[in-house]
Design a protein around this ligand. Structure first.
Ligand code: ZN
Length: 287
Protein backbone atom coordinates (compact mmCIF):
# COMPACT_ATOMS: atom_id res chain seq x y z
CA UNK A 1 0.00 0.00 0.00
CA UNK A 2 1.20 3.47 -0.90
CA UNK A 3 2.87 5.28 2.00
CA UNK A 4 3.94 8.75 3.12
CA UNK A 5 7.06 8.79 5.28
CA UNK A 6 7.90 11.86 7.35
CA UNK A 7 10.61 12.92 9.75
CA UNK A 8 8.91 14.47 12.78
CA UNK A 9 11.44 16.10 15.13
CA UNK A 10 14.03 13.54 14.07
CA UNK A 11 11.72 10.55 14.38
CA UNK A 12 10.44 8.47 11.46
CA UNK A 13 6.66 8.60 11.10
CA UNK A 14 3.98 7.55 8.67
CA UNK A 15 1.49 10.19 7.60
CA UNK A 16 -2.15 9.57 6.84
CA UNK A 17 -4.73 12.33 6.46
CA UNK A 18 -3.99 15.00 9.03
CA UNK A 19 -2.24 12.64 11.45
CA UNK A 20 1.20 11.15 11.86
CA UNK A 21 2.10 7.84 13.45
CA UNK A 22 5.49 7.31 15.12
CA UNK A 23 7.08 4.45 13.19
CA UNK A 24 8.98 2.97 16.13
CA UNK A 25 5.84 2.91 18.27
CA UNK A 26 3.43 1.46 15.68
CA UNK A 27 5.95 -1.20 14.65
CA UNK A 28 6.46 -2.35 18.28
CA UNK A 29 10.07 -1.18 18.14
CA UNK A 30 10.96 -3.24 15.07
CA UNK A 31 11.78 0.01 13.22
CA UNK A 32 14.05 2.65 14.74
CA UNK A 33 13.71 6.44 14.52
CA UNK A 34 15.81 6.94 11.39
CA UNK A 35 13.87 7.47 8.14
CA UNK A 36 16.92 6.38 6.15
CA UNK A 37 16.94 2.99 7.89
CA UNK A 38 13.23 2.65 7.11
CA UNK A 39 14.01 2.90 3.40
CA UNK A 40 15.90 -0.39 3.67
CA UNK A 41 12.59 -2.07 4.53
CA UNK A 42 10.20 -0.66 1.95
CA UNK A 43 8.02 -3.78 1.70
CA UNK A 44 7.36 -3.72 5.44
CA UNK A 45 6.69 0.00 5.27
CA UNK A 46 4.03 -0.55 2.62
CA UNK A 47 2.50 -3.32 4.72
CA UNK A 48 2.50 -1.30 7.93
CA UNK A 49 0.81 1.61 6.16
CA UNK A 50 -2.14 -0.66 5.45
CA UNK A 51 -2.66 -1.19 9.20
CA UNK A 52 -2.69 2.48 10.23
CA UNK A 53 -6.45 2.66 10.73
CA UNK A 54 -6.07 0.19 13.63
CA UNK A 55 -3.38 2.33 15.28
CA UNK A 56 -3.56 5.39 17.49
CA UNK A 57 -2.15 8.50 15.82
CA UNK A 58 0.83 10.09 17.56
CA UNK A 59 -0.27 13.60 16.71
CA UNK A 60 -1.55 16.15 14.27
CA UNK A 61 0.72 16.93 11.35
CA UNK A 62 -0.03 20.65 11.46
CA UNK A 63 1.20 20.83 15.05
CA UNK A 64 4.38 18.85 14.36
CA UNK A 65 7.90 20.08 13.66
CA UNK A 66 8.67 18.42 10.35
CA UNK A 67 12.30 17.91 9.31
CA UNK A 68 13.65 16.95 5.88
CA UNK A 69 12.36 13.43 5.08
CA UNK A 70 15.98 12.26 4.87
CA UNK A 71 18.12 14.62 6.92
CA UNK A 72 21.55 13.03 6.45
CA UNK A 73 21.78 11.21 3.13
CA UNK A 74 25.22 10.10 2.03
CA UNK A 75 24.93 12.26 -1.09
CA UNK A 76 22.67 14.92 -2.49
CA UNK A 77 22.85 15.44 -6.26
CA UNK A 78 21.17 18.11 -8.34
CA UNK A 79 20.65 18.70 -12.04
CA UNK A 80 21.09 22.10 -13.67
CA UNK A 81 19.26 23.35 -16.77
CA UNK A 82 16.91 20.39 -16.90
CA UNK A 83 13.84 22.19 -18.28
CA UNK A 84 13.96 23.61 -21.78
CA UNK A 85 12.32 26.91 -20.78
CA UNK A 86 14.81 27.40 -17.91
CA UNK A 87 17.83 26.70 -20.14
CA UNK A 88 16.42 29.19 -22.65
CA UNK A 89 15.74 31.94 -20.09
CA UNK A 90 19.29 31.46 -18.80
CA UNK A 91 20.58 31.86 -22.36
CA UNK A 92 22.25 28.44 -22.13
CA UNK A 93 22.36 25.63 -24.65
CA UNK A 94 20.09 22.63 -24.08
CA UNK A 95 22.51 20.17 -22.42
CA UNK A 96 23.35 16.91 -24.17
CA UNK A 97 24.38 15.21 -20.91
CA UNK A 98 22.83 15.95 -17.50
CA UNK A 99 24.57 18.90 -15.86
CA UNK A 100 25.15 17.47 -12.37
CA UNK A 101 26.33 19.32 -9.30
CA UNK A 102 25.96 18.58 -5.60
CA UNK A 103 24.19 20.28 -2.76
CA UNK A 104 26.08 19.57 0.45
CA UNK A 105 23.82 17.49 2.66
CA UNK A 106 24.22 19.96 5.54
CA UNK A 107 21.92 22.40 3.69
CA UNK A 108 18.88 20.10 3.86
CA UNK A 109 16.11 21.37 6.13
CA UNK A 110 12.43 20.76 6.69
CA UNK A 111 9.42 21.96 4.69
CA UNK A 112 8.73 24.92 6.97
CA UNK A 113 12.29 25.95 7.83
CA UNK A 114 13.31 29.60 7.60
CA UNK A 115 15.63 30.36 4.72
CA UNK A 116 18.63 32.30 6.02
CA UNK A 117 19.86 34.68 3.34
CA UNK A 118 23.28 36.30 3.64
CA UNK A 119 23.02 38.50 0.57
CA UNK A 120 20.42 40.24 -1.60
CA UNK A 121 20.95 37.79 -4.47
CA UNK A 122 19.17 34.73 -3.15
CA UNK A 123 16.80 32.97 -5.54
CA UNK A 124 14.30 30.10 -5.52
CA UNK A 125 14.16 26.96 -7.68
CA UNK A 126 11.16 24.64 -7.28
CA UNK A 127 12.20 21.04 -7.94
CA UNK A 128 10.94 17.49 -7.94
CA UNK A 129 13.17 15.37 -5.70
CA UNK A 130 13.74 11.61 -5.96
CA UNK A 131 15.05 9.56 -3.03
CA UNK A 132 16.89 6.31 -3.66
CA UNK A 133 15.38 3.21 -2.00
CA UNK A 134 17.62 0.49 -3.41
CA UNK A 135 21.35 0.97 -3.89
CA UNK A 136 22.91 0.24 -7.25
CA UNK A 137 25.60 0.79 -9.83
CA UNK A 138 25.17 0.86 -13.62
CA UNK A 139 21.39 1.00 -13.31
CA UNK A 140 19.54 0.80 -16.64
CA UNK A 141 16.73 3.18 -17.60
CA UNK A 142 14.29 0.26 -17.45
CA UNK A 143 15.32 -0.67 -13.89
CA UNK A 144 15.70 2.90 -12.59
CA UNK A 145 12.26 3.40 -11.03
CA UNK A 146 12.79 0.21 -8.97
CA UNK A 147 15.63 2.04 -7.23
CA UNK A 148 13.45 5.00 -6.17
CA UNK A 149 11.77 4.86 -2.74
CA UNK A 150 9.59 7.86 -3.43
CA UNK A 151 9.33 11.49 -4.42
CA UNK A 152 9.07 14.76 -2.57
CA UNK A 153 9.43 18.50 -3.16
CA UNK A 154 12.68 20.41 -2.89
CA UNK A 155 13.79 24.03 -3.09
CA UNK A 156 17.23 24.47 -4.62
CA UNK A 157 17.82 27.86 -2.99
CA UNK A 158 20.71 29.61 -4.72
CA UNK A 159 22.89 32.63 -3.99
CA UNK A 160 23.42 33.72 -7.59
CA UNK A 161 26.55 35.76 -6.89
CA UNK A 162 28.32 32.96 -5.02
CA UNK A 163 27.07 30.39 -7.58
CA UNK A 164 28.92 32.22 -10.36
CA UNK A 165 31.77 33.76 -8.34
CA UNK A 166 34.51 31.33 -9.39
CA UNK A 167 35.65 30.97 -12.98
CA UNK A 168 34.60 28.50 -14.27
CA UNK A 169 31.58 28.51 -11.94
CA UNK A 170 31.28 25.83 -9.23
CA UNK A 171 27.65 25.72 -8.21
CA UNK A 172 28.03 23.67 -5.02
CA UNK A 173 28.67 26.29 -2.34
CA UNK A 174 26.33 28.95 -3.73
CA UNK A 175 23.55 26.37 -3.43
CA UNK A 176 24.66 24.89 -0.10
CA UNK A 177 24.48 27.72 2.42
CA UNK A 178 22.87 26.41 5.62
CA UNK A 179 19.07 26.15 5.08
CA UNK A 180 19.36 26.29 1.25
CA UNK A 181 17.76 22.85 0.80
CA UNK A 182 14.18 22.82 2.11
CA UNK A 183 12.70 19.42 1.41
CA UNK A 184 9.50 17.50 2.10
CA UNK A 185 6.93 17.70 3.47
CA UNK A 186 7.15 13.89 3.40
CA UNK A 187 8.34 11.18 1.06
CA UNK A 188 5.51 9.83 -1.10
CA UNK A 189 5.83 6.30 -2.46
CA UNK A 190 5.55 5.99 -6.24
CA UNK A 191 2.37 3.91 -6.16
CA UNK A 192 0.55 6.81 -4.49
CA UNK A 193 0.84 8.84 -7.69
CA UNK A 194 -1.43 8.37 -10.66
CA UNK A 195 1.28 9.44 -13.10
CA UNK A 196 4.67 9.87 -11.44
CA UNK A 197 6.15 11.29 -14.64
CA UNK A 198 3.58 14.03 -15.11
CA UNK A 199 3.16 16.26 -12.06
CA UNK A 200 2.28 19.95 -11.95
CA UNK A 201 4.99 21.96 -10.21
CA UNK A 202 4.42 25.45 -8.92
CA UNK A 203 6.30 28.10 -6.98
CA UNK A 204 4.82 31.23 -5.43
CA UNK A 205 6.52 34.18 -3.75
CA UNK A 206 3.89 35.64 -1.43
CA UNK A 207 0.80 35.68 -3.68
CA UNK A 208 2.61 35.84 -7.01
CA UNK A 209 3.00 32.67 -9.07
CA UNK A 210 6.58 32.65 -10.39
CA UNK A 211 6.97 29.08 -11.68
CA UNK A 212 4.20 26.90 -13.09
CA UNK A 213 5.11 23.88 -15.17
CA UNK A 214 4.90 20.11 -15.37
CA UNK A 215 7.59 17.53 -14.64
CA UNK A 216 6.91 15.89 -17.99
CA UNK A 217 8.91 18.82 -19.43
CA UNK A 218 12.14 17.51 -17.82
CA UNK A 219 14.89 17.19 -20.44
CA UNK A 220 16.47 14.27 -18.53
CA UNK A 221 13.78 12.35 -16.67
CA UNK A 222 14.45 10.51 -13.41
CA UNK A 223 15.40 7.16 -15.07
CA UNK A 224 17.87 8.94 -17.38
CA UNK A 225 19.44 10.83 -14.47
CA UNK A 226 19.78 7.61 -12.45
CA UNK A 227 21.34 5.77 -15.39
CA UNK A 228 23.85 8.57 -15.94
CA UNK A 229 24.78 9.04 -12.26
CA UNK A 230 25.06 5.32 -11.51
CA UNK A 231 27.59 4.80 -14.30
CA UNK A 232 29.88 7.01 -12.23
CA UNK A 233 28.88 6.60 -8.58
CA UNK A 234 27.12 3.90 -6.57
CA UNK A 235 23.74 5.27 -5.59
CA UNK A 236 23.02 4.58 -1.92
CA UNK A 237 19.77 4.10 -0.10
CA UNK A 238 18.66 7.55 1.03
CA UNK A 239 20.61 9.48 -1.61
CA UNK A 240 18.69 12.53 -2.75
CA UNK A 241 18.41 13.83 -6.31
CA UNK A 242 17.09 17.35 -7.04
CA UNK A 243 15.96 17.06 -10.66
CA UNK A 244 16.15 20.69 -11.84
CA UNK A 245 13.88 23.72 -11.99
CA UNK A 246 11.47 25.03 -14.61
CA UNK A 247 11.59 28.55 -16.07
CA UNK A 248 10.58 31.56 -13.99
CA UNK A 249 13.45 31.88 -11.51
CA UNK A 250 13.86 35.35 -9.99
CA UNK A 251 17.33 36.26 -11.24
CA UNK A 252 16.11 36.82 -14.81
CA UNK A 253 14.04 39.83 -13.73
CA UNK A 254 16.14 40.78 -10.74
CA UNK A 255 13.34 39.58 -8.44
CA UNK A 256 15.41 38.14 -5.62
CA UNK A 257 13.99 36.90 -2.33
CA UNK A 258 13.54 39.51 0.37
CA UNK A 259 13.22 39.53 4.15
CA UNK A 260 9.76 38.26 5.11
CA UNK A 261 8.90 36.75 1.72
CA UNK A 262 6.85 33.57 1.97
CA UNK A 263 7.96 30.98 -0.55
CA UNK A 264 5.37 28.31 -1.33
CA UNK A 265 6.39 25.35 -3.47
CA UNK A 266 3.85 22.73 -4.51
CA UNK A 267 3.86 19.57 -6.59
CA UNK A 268 0.75 17.63 -7.50
CA UNK A 269 0.28 14.69 -5.12
CA UNK A 270 3.27 15.62 -2.96
CA UNK A 271 1.91 18.49 -0.85
CA UNK A 272 3.74 21.77 -0.41
CA UNK A 273 6.65 23.51 1.30
CA UNK A 274 6.22 26.90 2.92
CA UNK A 275 9.39 28.74 3.81
CA UNK A 276 9.78 32.24 5.19
CA UNK A 277 12.87 34.14 4.06
CA UNK A 278 15.06 35.80 6.62
CA UNK A 279 17.85 38.24 5.81
CA UNK A 280 20.86 37.62 8.07
CA UNK A 281 22.78 40.87 8.33
CA UNK A 282 26.06 39.61 9.78
CA UNK A 283 26.85 38.10 6.41
CA UNK A 284 29.90 36.01 5.64
CA UNK A 285 31.58 38.60 3.45
CA UNK A 286 31.12 36.54 0.30
CA UNK A 287 28.82 39.12 -1.29
ZN1 ZN B 1 18.31 23.65 -9.27
Amino acid sequence: MAFKLANISGKAALVKGEHYYDLKVISNNTFDEDTLNALNRLDELHELYGTLDEKTPTGLLEEAKIDAPISSPKNCYAVGLNYRNHAEEAGMEIPSVPMIFTKHTSCLVGPHAEIEMRSDHVDYEAELVAVIGKSGKDISVDDAWDHVAGLCIGQDISDRVVQFAAKPPQFNLGKSFDTFGPMGPYLVSLDALENKEKLNIKCKVNDEIRQNDNTNDLIFDIPSIIKYLSEIVTLNVGDVIFTGTPGGVGVMEGKFLKEGDVLTTSIEGLGSLENVCKRITNHSGVE
